[in-house]
Design a protein around this ligand. Structure first.
Ligand code: SAH
Ligand code: SF4
Ligand code: F3S
Length: 440
């Protein structure tokens, strides 16, 4: 029996790819081990979105080199976006790497492992999605459904279009079949994945072309799926039909991630986001009108090249006005091959740090205010497991995507009712309502 170890970096796409990689390896007769030292096959699924993602991974590679020197029979493989962005250079810079492959090219890993010569192979062609791989899910009751791959946007800071290629939507019939299979296998919460999920379908042949909101409706019909989430939509494609779907579809959760990036129309233009502050605020107004209780979260970059104090003040204003339930905030990081990396007026690091601190103050204060609306309410919680900080408590998530830590008795995968009594900007605390295991 051969043993493997996978380390995953980056976004949910990579998490999902790793689950599929594990599923494939198990079906090839490999066994997963917890320690890298015990593995014959050492894999890394990499990310390159920001410089610190690169660095984190490169520090791990040192250990892989040591393990390979100890036992040259070991196979070291590197997949994902970093691998794609450096391509064949991998083998020059890191000669102990045996196989490298781009994102989503897991079937190529199988091809490599089954081939006769296990020496320096690279697989970097963009191909169709290989959907029929078994997935080794981290939690049996939650599943990913990758609806498209690649990205047709041209955000000037972003490396993803060059690592994941052009956008390709998967066929609706394949997706529904996969959703049914997930449900039959015990999945109650499914997350639709894509770089820009709400542009789904535009590249499909006319006979099969449907909108993202139609796809949501079809997944909603699948028996056993109690919760639907999606990641990430693009504000430019966030039309009324998608927002209305949240009102109409019982399984679609009360959470919309609407990546702002910047509150300054001028910076948005330099970022090539193709919407202005006004258009973004229009979308927010529509969400607030149709779905007053819906959680809105976002991604924001501070210190984009040329960002002035006034531009940054606009970002603070938008954060204040929207009142996000949560936000991922990033300092701009120049990425190889992107337009923004070459721009003049790069913002000095200390200024980025200062802006980040100012932004976090607004984000956290507003998120805490938003959390207050849950106090005293009884919320449906999907149980995930024991609390991270206090194992006597249970942890789960409400439909609005906030984490909840609570006292009670429930098993992972159950839906329970929890009465919320206190909140922070990040999470909620409460007590399970007795005999409340609804649809357990
Ligand atoms: N396709 C998704 C996710 C992109 S990556 C989307 O468009 O929403 C996730 C986030 O990383 C982005 O939303 C952006 O905020 C951030 N990001 C991407 N490239 C970056 C860079 N070069 N520097 C800093 N943050 C970046
Ligand atoms: Fe990157 Fe923009 Fe595509 Fe998101 S939409 S992956 S930020 S290019
Ligand atoms: Fe990273 Fe690639 Fe995802 S760069 S964030 S793993 S799309």
């Amino acid at each position: 029996m051969k043993r493997f170890h996978v380390t995953t970096f980056g976004c949910q796409m990579n998490e999902h790819d790793s689950e599929r990689m594990k599923g494939m390896l198990v079906s090839l007769g490999y066994d997963e081990v917890a320690e890298r030292d015990d593995a014959d096959l050492i894999l890394f699924n990499t990310c390159s979105i920001r410089e610190n993602a690169d660095n984190r991974f490169i520090s791990h590679l040192g250990e892989a080199r040591r393990l390979k020197t100890e036992n040259p029979e070991r196979v070291v493989g590197v997949g994902g976006c970093w691998a794609q962005s450096v391509k064949d250079e991998v083998f020059r810079r890191f000669p102990f790497v045996d196989v490298a492959f781009g994102p989503g090219q897991i079937h190529r890993l199988a091809e490599f492992l089954n081939s006769d010569s296990l020496s320096a192979q690279g697989y970097f062609e963009f191909e169709e999605f290989s959907g029929d791989l078994p997935s080794h899910r981290a939690r049996p009751f939650q599943g990913w459904l990758q609806i498209s791959q690649g990205c047709n946007c041209a955000c000037s800071y972003c490396i993803v279009p060059s690592t994941r290629g052009r956008e390709q939507s998967r066929r609706p019939a394949d997706l529904i079949e996969e959703a049914r299979r997930l449900a039959a296998d015990g999945v109650r919460e499914v997350t639709l994945l894509g770089q820009n999920v709400n542009s789904y379908g535009r590249d499909l042949p006319p006979a099969e072309r449907i909108r993202f909101s139609d796809l949501l409706g079809m997944v909603n019909e699948v028996d056993g799926i109690d919760r639907i989430r999606y990641m990430s939509p693009h504000p430019k494609d966030m039309r009324e039909d998608v927002i209305a779907a949240h009102v109409e579809l019982s399984a679609l959760c009360e959470h919309i991630h609407l990546p702002l990036q910047s509150g300054s129309s001028q910076i948005l233009k330099a970022m090539r986001r193709t919407y202005s502050r006004e258009r973004y605020m229009d979308r927010v107004a529509m969400i607030r009108e149709l779905l007053p209780d819906c959680a809105i979260t976002t991604d924001i970059i501070v210190g984009f090249p040329g960002e002035s104090d006034d531009d940054f003040a606009c970002t603070l204003e938008v954060a204040e006005e929207v009142g996000y339930d949560g936000a991922f905030t990033f300092m701009f990081s120049p990425r190889r091959g992107t337009l923004a990396a070459e721009m003049e007026d790069q913002v000095p690091h200390p200024v980025k740090k200062e802006r980040m601190a100012a932004l976090l103050e607004v984000i956290q204060r507003r998120a805490l205010e938003r959390s207050q609306r849950f106090i005293g309410r009884s919320m449906e919680v999907l149980v995930e497991g024991p609390s991270r900080n206090d194992p006597t408590r249970i942890r789960g998530r409400i439909r609005h995507s906030k984490a909840v830590n609570f006292e009670g008795a429930a098993e992972p995968g159950q839906m329970v009712e929890v009465e919320i009594d206190s909140v922070t900007s990040q999470s909620l605390t409460g007590t399970q309502r007795l005999l409340s295991a609804i649809r357990a």
